[in-house]
Design a protein. Structure first.
Length: 83
């Protein structure tokens, strides 16, 4: 996992934890607090899903790049072995 991805993921988790603690310590009615927690959780899960999608794209890009390099090396090997 790249450092940038780790930093983004860490910041997202820290922000979600901070928001949850803040909501739990806030003097509000139970139903209002539950609603805020549910909304915050939904937003956090959407952000997390976005990070997962970004991670999958990075993995696919690396995989495709590796396949391209492997095909290039294979082609060069075959051309050298013909000579």
């Amino acid at each position: 996992m790249k450092n940038t991805t780790k930093i983004i993921l860490s910041m997202t988790v820290a922000a979600a934890a901070g928001a949850a603690i803040g909501m739990l310590l806030a003097p509000e009615k139970g139903k209002d607090l539950q609603k805020k927690i549910a909304e915050g959780t939904k937003a956090w899960l959407e952000e997390f899903a976005s990070l997962i999608a970004m991670g999958k794209k990075v993995v696919d890009d690396v995989k495709n790049g590796g396949q391209d390099v492997a095909e290039k090396v294979e082609g060069e090997y075959k051309s050298l072995s013909k000579n």
